[in-house]
Design a protein around this ligand. Structure first.
Ligand code: R2B
Ligand code: URA
Length: 293
């Protein structure tokens, strides 16, 4: 048996998942990971450890320190609590793509089925208040096209992949998340770009090749096109997951309203509280899927 998205990868071939530090000839992937149904991803290692603890406590009533399966490396962390795999992906699509390739292979070796990927992220809001949670229902690049673009060695060409978001999954997450929340949740288009500074129209980067007026026009264009947030991974997430045959969703908290500021607040306690808001949205959704009330 081989992987559908790559016939060269064989089930019993033996594989060193280098960036996770997992050697499949030493680790019994099927025994450990076979029951995985959700893969929850976020940028930072500490936030994902916090999320693993949160899920442990709220889903399993267990306060044990989660075990990091990727302990041999400091590139990524990898936790498992019940049917939920939790990892960090770093910043941007290149870092995310390395993790996704290795997680897709891990799920294949574990012979998992019907797995849903969810990114719990942070973002800059467009016309939404800081602290608002945005569920992506449409994704576009910096040119406002729903296209993920990469260069493949296939004929040395640029490949453009039209990228869509699963409307049923968005509805399901939204319907289950909008109960009992002390914060606002909205759905909207996410604009996914490759830089925190110039590609997001910031005036406070070290480099800036546009004017304040250009920036104003960019934000107006985003608003006219229903864009609610800016971030750096969702286009890659939706595109890679679709190619590998997985459903994916993106839930991100706005750290600021970009129509008002460039810099997120320096109030760390406030940032931490906002960053944990998508945890509740994901918990409600996973509970509903697992039929836990
Ligand atoms: C949101 O936050 C990070 C940049 O600060 C990046 O990973 C993203 O998409
Ligand atoms: N992440 C981003 O990519 N942009 C922001 O403004 C905040 C978080």
């Amino acid at each position: 048996m081989s992987l559908k998205s790559n016939p060269y990868i064989k089930l019993n071939g033996g594989d060193f998942l280098y960036h996770l530090g997992i050697d499949t000839s030493q680790v019994n992937c099927k025994e450990i990971f076979h029951d995985v149904k959700f893969v929850c991803l976020g940028g930072s290692t500490n936030r994902m450890l916090k999320f693993a603890k949160f899920i442990n406590e709220n889903l399993n009533g267990n306060s044990e320190e989660p075990y990091n399966y990727a302990y041999k490396t400091d590139r990524y962390c990898l936790y498992k609590t019940g049917p939920i795999l939790i990892a960090n992906h770093g910043i941007g699509v290149p870092s995310l793509s390395v993790l996704l390739n290795e997680i897709f292979k891990l799920l294949f070796y574990a012979q998992c089925s019907d797995v849903i990927f969810i990114r719990l992220g942070t973002c800059g809001g467009i016309g939404v208040e800081a602290g608002t949670v945005v569920i992506t229902d449409n994704v576009v690049n910096g040119e406002l096209e729903p296209i993920f673009s990469y260069v493949s060695i296939k004929l040395g060409k640029r490949i453009n992949i039209t990228t869509t978001v699963d409307a049923d999954l968005v509805r399901e997450i939204y319907d289950h998340s909008s109960q009992n929340n002390s914060f606002t949740i909205v759905r909207g288009t996410t604009c996914s770009v490759d830089c925190f500074y110039e590609a997001q129209g910031r005036l406070d980067g070290a480099l800036c090749d546009y004017t304040e007026e250009d920036r104003k026009q960019f934000f107006e264009k985003l608003q006219r096109n229903g864009v609610k947030n800016l971030e750096m991974e969702s286009l890659g997430l939706f595109s890679y997951c679709h190619r590998a045959g997985y459903k994916a969703a993106m839930i991100a908290v706005a750290l600021l309203n970009r129509l008002e500021a460039d810099e997120p607040t320096s109030n760390i306690d406030m940032l931490k509280e906002w960053e944990s808001r998508p945890f509740y949205t994901v918990l409600n959704f996973i509970r509903s899927k697992l039929d836990i009330v």
